[in-house]
Ligand binder design. Structure first.
Ligand code: HEM
Length: 192
């Protein structure tokens, strides 16, 4: 019995000869590996592109913290006073990394009042007043009492932040803190 493959199988195997020669050549092997890398990379990057570039799902995981929940008191740690720490603000329940806007929100910036805080009510009312910033030990501002025009204004700001900054998590009530229905703490405590 001969070990020579039948003629049909021989020509079939010949198709693979250039490939086996390539695999024996280290330079050609290098080129092949490089080409494979770029093909895989373009597939992976292509798959990550979508119609909503700023949706929560597309947050790059390499240079941003994982999505997480922040209580108002925890968010304060990200008020930008420590230059080595990211700068966060919350808008309508979403926490954004606004570190690239340090000039706006960092110490001495025009909007530093919002750093490490829930900026929702201040943005809705176009106010820098401390009375529009919810108590960090109280519940998350439910914002239910805003006028329709204030809600519209806040929605526009929410779109602005979603478009410019990376969302890093959600603003949530601390354990044991009850959600309120309506005004922010300061406003509801006001006597007038
Ligand atoms: C005298 C009134 C104001 C002036 C002259 C002013 C001016 C500006 C300017 C020039 C920018 C930069 C726009 C750009 O990058 O294209 C800006 C951005 C901004 N302003 Fe004002 N502003 C005023 C009032 C307010 C008020 C009342 C609020 C909210 C309480 C506010 C919140 C913001 C925010 C959140 C940004 C976006 C900063 C960012 O890019 O992250 N501004 N403002």
């Amino acid at each position: 019995m001969s070990h020579t493959p039948p003629p049909g199988q021989q020509s079939f195997l010949r198709v693979f000869e250039p490939l086996s020669r390539t695999l024996e050549n280290p330079v050609a092997l290098g080129f092949l590996a490089l080409a494979a890398f770029f093909i895989v990379r373009s597939i992976v990057m292509g798959a990550s592109k979508g119609p909503e570039p700023f949706s929560m799902k597309k947050v790059p995981v390499t240079d941003t913290p994982a999505q997480r929940d922040f209580t108002p008191a925890e968010l304060v740690a990200f008020d930008g006073r420590d230059e080595g720490t990211a700068l966060y603000i919350a808008v309508k329940g979403t926490v954004y990394d606004v570190s690239k806007g340090r000039g706006f929100y960092g110490p001495g910036g025009p909007y530093a009042n919002f750093a490490g805080r829930d900026a929702s009510r201040g943005l809705a009312l176009s106010s820098f007043g401390t009375e529009v910033l919810a108590d960090i030990n109280g519940p998350v501002d439910a914002l239910d009492d805003l006028e329709p025009s204030e809600k519209d204004s806040l929605d526009e700001w929410a779109g602005f932040f979603a478009g410019k900054y990376v969302a890093v998590g959600r603003l949530v009530n601390a354990p044991g803190v009850e959600a309120t229905d309506g005004a922010g703490p300061e406003k509801s405590e006001a006597s007038d």
